[in-house]
Design a protein around this ligand. Structure first.
Ligand code: FEO
Length: 173
């Protein structure tokens, strides 16, 4: 059984995850429009992962007998001036999400809500991974500035990212 406050906080996080999905879908479509299909693939996988994150939180509320209340998704930016700008925004956004996840963890801890603390552990680890992978791409972009073939190679590299079902959903559906 969750407190109303905890259930509301998780509902808010579902909206943020869905907004994140919409943001990355927009980045994916922007990259497609620029003919960067590998970059578009990377953001499309990111789009799918964010939907999974929302689904994990929804499954958790359902399992706890709480109602999921879907809220409107706010509009997202449609175009980025450069790849650096898109990935810098991605890192900034993920850092914000990390802070929200930590806020949820703090609240769960204060309420002695052990089930929610346990559920959030996967997200805490996931955020470390997300920030690291985006940070790595930003570093690559920085190093390849001035290299003519760099963008071509990065686009080819990011085309290889594949989607896999996150472990909390692996047996759920
Ligand atoms: Fe759902 Fe990218 O954090």
């Amino acid at each position: 059984m969750l407190s109303d406050k905890m259930a509301q906080a998780i509902n808010n996080q579902i909206n943020r995850e869905l907004w994140s999905a919409y943001l990355y879908l927009s980045m994916s479509m922007d990259a497609e429009a620029e003919g960067l299909r590998g970059i578009a693939n990377w953001f499309y996988v990111q789009f799918r992962e964010e939907q999974d994150h929302a689904r994990i939180f929804m499954n958790y509320l359902n399992a706890q007998g709480c109602r999921v209340t879907l809220q409107p998704i706010e509009p997202v930016q449609q175009h980025w001036e450069s790849l650096q700008a898109a990935f810098a925004d991605t890192l900034k956004h993920e850092q914000k999400v990390t802070a929200f996840i930590h806020e949820l963890a703090k609240q769960a801890e204060a309420e002695h809500d052990y089930a929610t603390q346990n559920m959030l552990r996967w997200f805490i680890d996931e955020q470390v991974e997300e920030e690291q992978s985006v940070g790595d791409i930003l570093n690559t972009l920085r190093h390849m500035a001035g290299l003519g073939q760099g963008l071509y190679l990065l686009d080819k590299d990011l085309a290889t990212r594949t989607y896999s079902v996150p472990s909390p959903l692996a047996t759920a559906e």
